[in-house]
Design a protein around this ligand. Structure first.
Ligand code: NI
Length: 256
C-alpha cells in the first residue's frame, strides 16, 4: 500500500468522479492521501474531504500564487481551520519566482507568517518552491533557528547538495511524477541519494502526471509509477519503498 503525501482532490478536474475515485483508492493500493490547500477556499475544501473520508487528511495554507489575494484575517482563519480534526500541517506555502503570480515581497511576507503560525501550532509545513531555491532555503534556515520547524519539500526539484541541506534543517524530501521523466537526471540522482528515512512520494494530482500517463490528469493511484522508478533506481523492491515512504509520511504528519 502507498501513501500519496500531496494531492489536490478538491480541484475542479475531479468534479465529475471525485467520490468514485476516493472510494476506489484502497482497491488501487492507496492507503492514505494528504490533500493540500492552496488558498482559503481549497483549505476549507480539504478539511471537508478529510471529514467525509477516512483515508484523507487535510493540510491548510496559502500558496505563493495566492498570497496577493488573502484578506487581513487569513492567519486567524488558518488557525481556526488547523484546530479541526485531521488537519495535520500548514501548506502549501513558499515562494514561486517562476510564475510570479504574486509580487515577491507579498510572497515572502505570507511565507514567513505561515511558518510562524506552523511553529506556534506545532505543525509541520509543506513547502512549494520554484526558481527561488536559495531564498527559500535562507528563510527556512532562519525559521529553523529555534529548533521548532519541521516539514516537507514538496515535489523537490533541486540538487542533491541542497536536498542534504534541507534534511539538516529538519525536512523530508518528497518526489513526484517528474522523477519518471526521461530528461530528469537530477531528480533521479536525488531519488538515490536521499536517506531512506527522509524520503516521501507524492502525485500533486491533478498536476505533474508521471510516465506512462504524462499529459493526462494525475491521480493518487499513479504514485506507484513514481515509486517503481525510485525503487528501480535504488535497487530495492517497490514494496520496501512503499513501506518506508508510508512510514515516513506518517512520521512527519504525526499519524499513528
Ligand atoms: Ni501542490
Amino acid at each position: 500500500m502507498f501513501i500519496d503525501s500531496h494531492a489536490h482532490l478538491d480541484d475542479e478536474r475531479f468534479d465529475g468522479d471525485r467520490d468514485n475515485l476516493i472510494n476506489s483508492l484502497k482497491d488501487n493500493k492507496i492507503d492514505l492521501v494528504f490533500n493540500i490547500g492552496a488558498d482559503i477556499e481549497s483549505s476549507k475544501a480539504s478539511v471537508e474531504l478529510a471529514n467525509k473520508y477516512e483515508n484523507i487528511y487535510a493540510v491548510v495554507g496559502v500558496h505563493p500564487h495566492d498570497a496577493k489575494d488573502v484578506d487581513k484575517n487569513y492567519l486567524e482563519t488558518l488557525r481556526e481551520l488547523s484546530k479541526k480534526e485531521k488537519v495535520v500541517a500548514i501548506g502549501e506555502i513558499g515562494l514561486d519566482y517562476y510564475y510570479d503570480n504574486s509580487p515577491r515581497d507579498i510572497q515572502r511576507k505570507a511565507f514567513k507568517e505561515q511558518l510562524n503560525l506552523a511553529k506556534e501550532l506545532d505543525l509541520p509545513v509543506v513547502i512549494h518552491t520554484r526558481d527561488a531555491m536559495q531564498e527559500t532555503f535562507d528563510i527556512l534556515k532562519e525559521a529553523a533557528q529555534d529548533g521548532k520547524l519541521r516539514g516537507i519539500m514538496h515535489c523537490y526539484s533541486g540538487s542533491v547538495e541542497m536536498a542534504m541541506e534541507y534534511i539538516k534543517l529538519g525536512f523530508y524530501i518528497s518526489l513526484g511524477g517528474p522523477v519518471t521523466f526521461k530528461k530528469s537526471k537530477v531528480a533521479k540522482e536525488v531519488a538515490v541519494a536521499v536517506p531512506f528515512d527522509k524520503l516521501l512520494i507524492e502525485t500533486d494530482s491533478p498536476y505533474l502526471t508521471p510516465e506512462p500517463y504524462r499529459g493526462k490528469r494525475n491521480e493518487p493511484m499513479f504514485v506507484r509509477y513514481t515509486a517503481e522508478m525510485i525503487a528501480e533506481l535504488r535497487g530495492i523492491s517497490v514494496e520496501e519503498l512503499a513501506k518506508a515512504t508510508s512510514n515516513n509520511a506518517k512520521a512527519i504528519f504525526g499519524i499513528k
